[in-house]
Design a protein around this ligand. Sequence first.
Ligand code: KIV
Ligand code: ZN
Length: 514
Amino acid sequence: MTTTKNRVFIFDTTLRDGEQSPGASMNPEEKMRIARQLEKMGVDIIEAGFPVVSDGDFASVQQIAREIRGCQVAGLARANEADIDRAWEAVAVAANPRIHTFISSSDIHLKYQLRKSREQVLKEAVAAVARASSYTKNVEFSPMDATRSDLDYLCQMVEAVIAAGATTVNIPDTVGYAIPEEFGQLIATLFKRVPNIDQAIISVHCHNDLGLATANALAAVKNGARQVECTINGIGERAGNSAMEEVVMALKTRKDFFGLTTGIKTEAIHQSSRLLTQITGIAVQPNKAIVGANAFAHESGIHQDGLIKEKITYEIMTPQSVGIAETHLVLGKHSGRAAIVKRLKELGYALNDEAVNRTFVRFKELADVKKEVFDEDLEAIVDEESTRPQEKYRFVYLNVVSGSVAVPTATMQMEVDGQLIQEAGFGVGPVDAIFAAIRKITGTNYPLLKYAVNAITGGTDAQGEATVQLKFNGRSATGRGAHPDVLVASARAYINALNRLEWFGKDAKKVEVA
Ligand code: KIV
Ligand code: ZN
């Protein structure tokens, strides 16, 4: 039987801490797509952003609060009136809004960053929680850098904020310093020493600097924590946060050990991971647990032999349980629109008519040049087509001359604000020439941080998936493009990155936050 005692609440912070990963900035439309996916997955609380940071952040938190009705929606706020008021303004429209306020509790942060005494910080923490609870009873408080804080002071702060109205107290391992046994012990100690702790849910928020974020979160859960803050693919500040898929699948696979459940529909994990990768351009390492390309691949002959005889020999969870369908050959070039729509549905995509039309056109183009079109090909197309930001720049045409004796030359045609422009570019290689042509057409010259191409499936007719990361105003944006011709994929990726930067430029007035 599931009770709050054996239910772990999943608080997803992909859109807040996750967005703090370099290159992970998302525009409002992309954040909305992630939020809808999180709702579909059954996440309990979505931390939608940090409303005071910029008008753009505020607007997207408010949009998520307005449109997502199946999850609680939280806005982050430092422990001051202006942040809390702004966070409330953003989330008030939610079906179940939450204010998440935080202040540091470690002497290191107090001395070097805040330059305030323990007494002063305690007062500010209590005042912040009191102000937040004047708006809503759903208030979360985090003593930042809790794991490097004096234990007596931490206990005192946790007790005081609960007394002031915090209904969730989150214990962050802000710098990823904790060791699982020690962190579990810290949570157990808080349960022993804080007299009013039963009036709040204890949450944890672990960073992965030592590769221990998931282990620490699980140790905390074993010792009474009932909310875990996590992100899809484990993205987040520096080395990232506890990965949601790891926490959830550990609890599910080792229910015998934990005796706990979450509300996550684990079959949506794979698609969520892909969507985030597609939007941010941040790839998942192949050997990453649960969502890496090799997570369910068995290479060794002994393992394969065992699996053929009985799956349980080497498989602790099935690929299907995290939403990886067996790879199907998608129909060929004679397949109709209805067949594609059906396959997209089976793969878990619900697209509007316009996105289906664009996907279908791209599918036909691909099927013309590629004999076999796989699910992965279709997913790459649909992800690219449906995650496009509003486009200032559009790819129209590319012709490249290159070879061992020719000067690599790219002739490109693009639409800029609906107007057709053609230019030629030269370079040391064809990609260099293409990027030069795009720069001429768009009149931009942003530093290129990253350029990479991967084959989506096997075979020389595989689609290439290109990634381009550009930098502007201290922010970076990653674009992706898929096409059987890697040069076209590269051009599309560059244009996609430009379109993404275009939006961030409009929201460039970010406030410095702690
Ligand atoms: O890592 C951290 O301490 C945070 C807090 C704002 C919860 O992200
Ligand atoms: Zn964090």
